[in-house]
Design a protein around this ligand. Structure first.
Ligand code: PRP
Length: 199
């Protein structure tokens, strides 16, 4: 078996097979090292952007952003609070159902606050548009979006992300929080899934 290139080094096929339970992945798109470097610079950019501001609330959109969010907030060198939103639209499928269900809203007060919504990926844009609707109703002081991945295929985004980790290919991406039917979220890298494994 050929070793999969992962950018800054290689991961043994046996290690990858252990992580995936033997299901095949097409290729590693972003290695753990590439992601870590990019997350560090996003943290620096965000730190600089809020200089002089007293308040910053980072809202992680679950479940997909859980790893990105936890890495990102540790790279923000200023006081920050964290809360969550939970939304779902893909279910077990690989294309958006178009129906974005908001399952949990933040417990933190939102009115008058500087908020960054953290997304793992902007694909069809349905989720982001639904979240903008929900958050705009709260009268925030400011609202910015930080997305780790952006496919740039959404034609009707209500708001563009201010910070994007990577301009992503159109493949079905998994790992580092992203799933097909709840699998593969724990992979430390982001991979493109083979067609036969897309369910
Ligand atoms: C995924 C992903 C994003 C959203 C992006 O969430 O985490 O939030 O879809 O897709 P879109 O731009 O086409 O709306 P999903 O609904 O699968 O829930 P999850 O975060 O629990 O995986």
């Amino acid at each position: 078996m050929v070793e999969l290139a992962v950018g800054l080094g290689t991961l043994a096929p046996a290690h990858i097979a252990a992580l995936t339970g033997g299901r095949s992945i097409e290729r590693i798109v972003y290695s753990a090292e590439e992601i870590a470097a990019r997350v560090r610079s996003l943290g620096d950019e965000i730190t600089r952007a809020y200089e002089g501001e007293d308040d910053l609330l980072v809202l992680g959109l679950l479940k997909g952003s859980f790893i990105f969010l936890s890495d990102l907030v540790r790279c923000i060198s200023r006081p920050v609070q964290v809360d969550f939103l939970v939304a779902s639209s893909y279910g077990a499928g690989t294309t958006s159902s178009g129906q974005v269900e908001l399952l949990y809203q933040p417990a933190a007060p939102l009115t008058g606050r500087n908020v960054i919504l953290v997304e793992d990926i902007v694909d069809s844009g349905n989720t982001l548009n639904r979240m903008m609707e929900a958050l705009d109703a709260h009268g925030l002081k400011s609202l910015e979006i930080c997305a780790l991945l952006h496919k740039h295929i959404a034609s009707d985004l209500a708001r563009e992300a201010r910070w994007v980790g990577f301009d992503a290919p159109r493949d079905f991406l998994v790992g580092y929080g992203l799933d097909p039917a709840e699998d593969f979220r724990h992979l430390p890298f982001i991979a493109s899934l083979s067609e036969q494994d897309q369910g």
